[in-house]
Design a binder for this molecule. Structure first.
Ligand SMILES: COc1ccc([C@H]2[C@H](O)[C@H](O)[C@H](C)N2C)cc1
Length: 449
């Protein structure tokens, strides 16, 4: 291996209780909210074709015009309790909230810049009431923070001159100040979700980022920081130059889901997903394919079946209300989660061979395996293949626990589970009680060779 001073500092998954709780969340909510929600992807009757939260980078709106949107930020319909209730009803166990996106506008009254809610007509802190409202609903909060900050004069895409490096040193101090400010102002935040760390300037800051990460972890023991924060000695991100994961979980699954367990490389991970193809901030038009409740339930099941969490993004409007389509999706997902969340919460990769009818999830530390069914075979029988010396004690419908299902042994460790035809076309769950934990002895997946 290549000797690194600032590579991964931990080889395997974290084993502490804070991370174990994160591992079991299953379903989360992402909130992208800021000045970009005011234009909502359009300006002067023209539509911006990129992601709405990137509209400042479009030549359809002058940068100074965008920056003066701070004087229009007055979300009269902002109601943190109703946002938190929507997430609770959906079944989200954690929420990731943008404190500052790339445009540099801070949703908290930061002492280190004027470009915050404090200098908007709204005046008040947004992050504090959101953290409190979500925590009151029993939902943990992760703070999204963009290192790249288009509002900061000291930010540089690349450090070319002496002047650049002096300016960037000031920017690094500013960044550290804001991060410590966030951790001190919102002590119940469980983690930080970093973004905007791909620029040439930042990937040269291995030592600074390593020091800062250590300082934040010391300030907030148990803090969860993903793979997208710091570069290693050679500027490698997400995985260091020895292929080891930086941070506590893989953040690379953005709008994509792994297809097989080998793709996960034995890491913790979450998938952050947009409802349209690629819009995080509020976008009026919402062109193209808008994902349905069933699609989103299947994405949740697929993520949990491969040992990850699924985090669905909401883009509240500039006035602070959440659009009806998102409210309806949250309600639809919640209706399914209310009945079936036992197959999602505190479940992991079951270590069983994937079958066409859907996804296996395994209850952490138990012999229970769930079959989340999306494709009913024309035969009506659901194939299950178990490792050697593992057998099915009982099979039942999660929604009707006392109905045992017929289990037909086909051959050594292969079975057909039979169920009667179902009226609705909703995904459903079969629960298997096995005679011992599925997969390998530890029930968790061995690191990919
Ligand atoms: C360079 O292409 C990018 C960079 C950052 C993003 C941001 C999005 O604005 C959103 O915040 C997402 C989580 N993040 C990766 C999207 C595309």
């Amino acid at each position: 291996t290549i000797p690194l001073k600032h590579g991964a500092h931990r080889i395997d998954k974290r084993t502490d209780s804070v991370m174990a709780k994160w591992r079991g969340y299953g379903l989360g909510q992402f909130i992208h909210w800021g000045l970009y929600a005011i234009p909502g992807g359009e300006w002067n009757g023209k539509t911006y074709n990129g992601a709405a939260e990137w509209i400042r980078s479009w030549n359809g709106i002058p940068k100074s015009t965008y920056d003066s949107l701070i004087y229009k930020f007055n979300p009269t319909k902002f109601n943190p309790e109703s946002w938190a209730k929507t997430a609770k009803q959906m079944g989200a166990k954690y929420v990731t909230i943008t404190t500052k996106h790339h445009d540099g506008f801070c949703l908290w009254p930061s002492k280190y810049t004027k470009y915050t809610v404090a200098n908007s007509p709204y005046k008040k802190d947004i992050i504090g009431p959101l953290v409190n409202a979500y925590n009151k609903e029993g939902i943990d909060v992760i703070l999204y923070f963009s290192i790249m900050d288009w509002n900061q004069p000291g930010w540089r895409y690349e450090i070319k001159t002496k002047e650049d490096s002096i300016a960037f040193e000031g920017f690094k101090k500013f960044t550290r100040n804001q991060l410590l400010e966030l951790l001190n102002k919102y002590p119940t935040a469980k983690g930080l979700w970093f973004d905007g760390t791909w620029d040439k300037s930042w990937v040269k800051q291995a030592a600074f980022a390593d020091e800062l990460e250590k300082e934040m972890r010391a300030l907030r023991p148990g803090l969860i920081i993903g793979s997208r924060f710091r570069p290693d000695d050679f500027g490698k991100r997400h995985n260091d130059s020895n292929g080891r994961l930086m941070g506590d979980y893989e953040q690379g699954w953005e709008r994509k889901i792994p297809n097989k367990i080998e793709d996960v490389h034995g890491n913790d991970w979450d998938c952050v997903m947009t409802v349209p193809e690629n819009q995080w901030g509020y976008n009026k038009a919402w062109n193209g394919h808008i994902k349905t409740v069933n699609e989103l339930i299947e994405m949740t099941a697929k993520c949990v079946s491969l040992g990850g969490n699924f985090v669905l993004n909401f883009g509240p409007k500039g006035d602070g209300s959440i659009r009806k389509e998102e409210i309806d999706l949250a309600a639809g997902i919640g209706n399914w989660m209310r009945v079936n969340n036992e197959a999602i919460y505190n479940c992991q990769y079951a270590g069983l061979e994937k079958q066409d009818w859907g996804y296996f999830t395994g209850k952490t530390g138990s012999n229970k395996v769930y079959m989340i069914i999306f494709n009913v075979p024309v035969s009506g029988a659901f194939r299950v293949k178990l490792p050697a010396k593992t057998s099915i004690t009982t099979a039942s419908l999660l929604e009707q626990p006392n109905t045992t299902l017929k289990v037909e042994e086909i051959s050594e460790n292969q079975y057909f589970i039979h169920t009667s035809a179902r009226a609705d076309n909703k995904p459903f769950v079969i629960v298997l009680d096995l005679n011992k934990k599925a997969g390998n002895a530890s029930g968790t997946y061995e690191k990919a060779k």
